[in-house]
Design a binder for this molecule. Structure first.
Ligand code: SIN
Ligand code: FE2
Length: 208
């Protein structure tokens, strides 16, 4: 998984976010997608809405002890899918990426699965529903390329952007753990990894 396949492109530093281009090769990406199909069979994708009732453009599901959900009751972690079933376990292949890029023994509690169809985006936000910001956030990109924007820890400051492509991994750690970030757009049709097209982003986090 990534680290075992030998050489890697150099890491990029995007405002403190560590971007690892091409961390997963094509076979590793396909294996992950197969495992995510199993996850989505047990915990189907749903379309969350913001606390103000606006439907989000991404579809979401999750694996692990907690899933992150959003609805009129607010943003929060929940131990169950909205249908009432527990979230499936985080696939081993996903845990292996976390271990390889963080070096941590502690496993993440949540693997959020975001699916971006044509036109989907994610506004600038901070990940701050977790108990301890000393743990990093690891993000894995699969499928269509996405324009990822990163700012500082205050809203409205200078930002930098990078295209995240299928197989890229990004780590928000240290100063960048609470950086504002978002997805401006995806380049629909730029990858054929996903049968239905679009992009999947996995976000791995320690919750409590
Ligand atoms: C997120 O920050 O929730 C998603 C980031 C991404 O899709 O790469
Ligand atoms: Fe985020």
């Amino acid at each position: 998984m990534g680290g075992t396949s030998g050489t890697h492109d150099a890491a990029l530093d995007i405002r403190g976010v560590r971007v690892l281009p091409g961390w997963l090769d094509a076979d590793e990406q396909a294996a992950l997608v197969a495992r995510l199909r199993d996850v989505a069979r047990e915990a189907p994708f749903f379309r969350p809405e913001t606390p103000r009732g606006k439907p989000m453009s991404v579809r979401m599901t999750a694996a692990g002890r907690y899933g992150w959900v959003s609805d009129r009751r607010g943003y929060r972690y929940e131990p169950r899918h909205p249908s009432g079933v527990p979230w499936p376990p985080i696939p081993d292949e996903v845990l292996a990426v976390w271990r390889a890029v963080t070096g941590l023994d502690r496993a993440p509690d949540c693997c959020l699965v975001n699916w971006y169809g044509e036109g989907a985006r994610m506004g600038l936000h901070q990940d701050r529903d977790e108990a301890d910001f000393a743990w990093p956030v690891v993000s894995v990109s699969l499928g269509d390329a996405a324009l990822f924007r990163v700012g500082g820890t205050e809203r409205g400051g200078r930002t930098a952007s990078v295209w995240l492509r299928s197989g890229d991994v990004a780590v928000l750690e240290g100063e960048s753990r609470l950086a504002f970030h978002g997805i401006d757009r995806i380049r629909h049709g730029s990858s054929s990894l996903l049968q239905q097209g679009g992009r999947i982003n996995l976000t791995l986090r320690v919750v409590d």
